[in-house]
Design a protein around this ligand. Sequence first.
Ligand code: HEM
Length: 158
Amino acid sequence: MFIAGTETTTITMEWTMLYPPAPVLLPHYSSEDCTVGGYDVPRGTLLMVHAWAIHRDLSLWVDPTEFKPERFEGRLEEKEGWKFLRFGLGRRACPGTMMSTRLVLLVLDAAIQCFEWENVGSEKVDMTLGTGQTLSKAMPLETLCSPRPDLMKLLPQI
Ligand code: HEM
């Protein structure tokens, strides 16, 4: 629960909605014979879902690596967003979905609204992927933040 709840949330904030933190979902086990995506899966099979590859599948997405937030607008069935498996799907989907969505949005909103951010070191952020069960950055994100001028006026009034 600690790893599932803390590492995922901090990595999400570090990437800031770029990559989801779980490249391969948790192992699933078929309790009955079933068919998944046209493949027959016998009872007792360990099934790993490669979300990272699904999120880049050209047969599922238009320009999968482009930043297009409009994918996630509107009714789910009209848009591509439902194919984004950041919390898994179905009965074994992440029970922390509601909590972490609120937490990440709250922290990012406050960070963007209240502070100016600049890179430390090189001008371009190193986007190299790390390795492991969770998808962290190879090089930790290093930034310098300072309160926005409006916030400096507001703070003494709080
Ligand atoms: C941005 C934050 C988070 C992300 C992206 C995330 C993502 C995921 C994913 C992809 C799974 C696997 C689902 C599957 O295999 O179908 C999972 C499972 C799980 N997550 Fe999260 N998670 C996050 C935050 C949290 C939090 C805050 C908690 C708890 C407070 C939590 C608790 C769990 C648990 C207990 C499972 C295992 C569920 C099961 O096996 O039935 N997660 N999460």
